[in-house]
Design a protein around this ligand. Structure first.
Ligand SMILES: Nc1ncnc2c1ncn2[C@@H]1O[C@H](COP(=O)(O)OP(=O)(O)O)[C@@H](O)[C@H]1O
Ligand SMILES: Cc1ncc(COP(=O)(O)O)c(C=O)c1O
Ligand SMILES: [Mg+2]
Length: 290
């Protein structure tokens, strides 16, 4: 029997609604991965409500929890680490030492970094030191990096002028260390208004994918976290990077269709669960080069 992969997921938890681990853990489990959730913050709700209650986890708790897993002899079973929303830069550094600790026991373990950054255009609230940490330190250790367009712009220090420019910006990130970069959301001058586009750049080639853009009165939150989580889960289950990319686009689209049908602001993950596991739609990734 094929072994079920294990994934340590280090990101936010919200009591109400879906963002961070609260958007990603259930879908990753639903597609067949054992998830070890380690919550960087516990907030009442995501920050785009403009107000929330709750606390940031003390950074020293991260190595303590990782050592706790080592002490029961299970750390070597960790196949991947995912990091997302961080409450402080110190937490980020604690995660990187956890990644190093896990890779020392299991050199095949993967690290996926979703560089969740604050941005005035987006409304997601993240301390500035966290954005700096992601730009300067985290990307270098990541095997897989999953920025959205605003985060890609921050890495490049500029906005793109075209699709090929986005490709060049994503390819430049490979030189910092990652084996693959998934741009979860493209925005560039001349982009067709009715499409939602993504990019996958690997050492072996690059692929572009387009799916329909759905209209929402308020953009749902947690879509990026769902995207990164499902992508990593499918890679761990044995998909190629391109197959995982196509699966993720389809499964996330299914969630958005259900969310739109329910006129819900929060993602309808429970209602969409069967279609997360078995999407009915399919979007093809097409090769693209400079
Ligand atoms: N097909 C779609 N139609 C409309 N909006 C979408 C679609 N897919 C994603 N979105 C929205 O686009 C925004 C960008 O998402 P993305 O860049 O993937 O990650 P993040 O959630 O990190 O910003 C999100 O607000 C998401 O809700
Ligand atoms: C607590 C928390 N976690 C994660 C996120 C990231 O969500 P997204 O997937 O939209 O980047 C947000 C965004 O506001 C948030 O408030
Ligand atoms: Mg995000």
């Amino acid at each position: 029997m094929k072994r079920t992969p294990h994934l340590l997921a280090i990101q936010s938890h919200v009591v109400f609604g879906h963002a961070g681990n609260s958007a990603a853990v259930f879908p990753m489990q639903r597609v067949g991965v054992n998830v070890w959730p380690l919550n960087t913050v516990q907030f009442s709700n995501h920050t785009q409500y403009g107000q929330w209650a709750g606390e940031v986890l003390a950074p020293q708790q991260i190595p303590a929890l990782v050592e706790g897993i080592a002490a029961i002899g299970e750390l070597g079973n960790c196949d991947a680490v995912l990091s997302g929303y961080l409450g402080s830069a110190a937490q980020g550094r604690a995660i990187l030492s956890g990644v190093a600790r896990i890779k020392a026991i299991n050199p095949k373990a993967l690290y996926l970094c979703d560089p969740v950054m604050g941005h005035p255009e987006k409304g997601c609230i993240v301390p500035q030191e966290v954005s700096d940490f992601l730009l300067d330190e985290a990307a270098a250790m990541a095997d897989l990096l999953c920025p959205n367009q605003l985060e890609l712009d921050s890495f490049a220090g500029r906005k793109p002028q075209s699709l090929f420019d986005c490709l060049a910006m994503a390819k430049a990130l490979l030189a910092r260390g990652p084996k693959a970069v998934l741009v979860k959301h493209l925005d560039y001058p001349g982009k067709l208004p009715d499409g939602f586009e993504m990019l996958l750049v690997t050492e072996d080639g690059s692929w572009h994918l387009r799916r329909p853009l759905l209209a929402f009165p308020r953009q749902p939150v947690g879509v990026g976290d769902l995207t990164s989580g499902l992508f990593l889960a499918r890679v761990l289950l044995g998909d190629s990077l391109v197959a995982a990319f196509e699966f993720t686009a389809a499964a996330v689209h299914e969630v958005l269709l259900e969310t739109q049908a329910c006129a819900s602001y929060e993602l309808e993950l429970v209602r969409a669960q069967d279609r997360i596991a078995h999407p009915r739609v399919r979007f093809e990734a097409t090769p693209i080069s400079l």
